[in-house]
Design a protein around this ligand. Structure first.
Ligand code: FES
Length: 131
């Protein structure tokens, strides 16, 4: 498998793995291509993603892309974070083999699902802003 140095580095040392127990949003997604699954947790304060973690039961590329994704979204506003696409993640990694592109899509989908869950909870009268 032709992984770049950057992919291998994230694979050996993934950032922000684990779960956030009191997360404000959780995205739980599965890839239709391979059946691998990923969960992204976000903690939001004043519209800023203060913390983000992931759990992935998937391949190496899924781990590397989620690791980069968490680095990209931390400290961003919700609106900035939802503009991040799998292409941004792949660019940071210096590319992915074509058969592994769907793994980066899983990371993007996981983030979008976490943001949607956050909005749903907030809209449902969850913890308001700034609490
Ligand atoms: Fe399924 Fe990578 S092979 S996420």
């Amino acid at each position: 498998m032709d992984y770049t140095e950057k992919v291998l580095e994230h694979l050996k040392n993934p950032r922000n793995t684990g779960r956030i127990e009191d997360a404000d949003g959780v995205g739980n997604v599965g890839s239709p291509v391979c059946g691998d699954v990923m969960k992204i947790y976000i903690k939001v304060k004043d519209n800023i993603i203060e913390d983000v973690k992931f759990e992935t039961f998937g391949c190496g590329a899924a781990i590397a892309t989620s690791s980069v994704l968490t680095e990209l979204v931390k400290g961003k506003t919700i609106e900035e974070a939802e503009k991040i696409t799998n292409k941004d993640v792949v660019a940071v990694l210096g590319g992915l083999p074509p058969v592994k592109m769907h793994c980066s899509v899983l990371a993007e989908d996981g983030l979008k699902a976490a943001i949607a869950d956050y909005r749903r909870k907030k809209g449902a009268g969850g913890k308001g802003e700034g609490s």
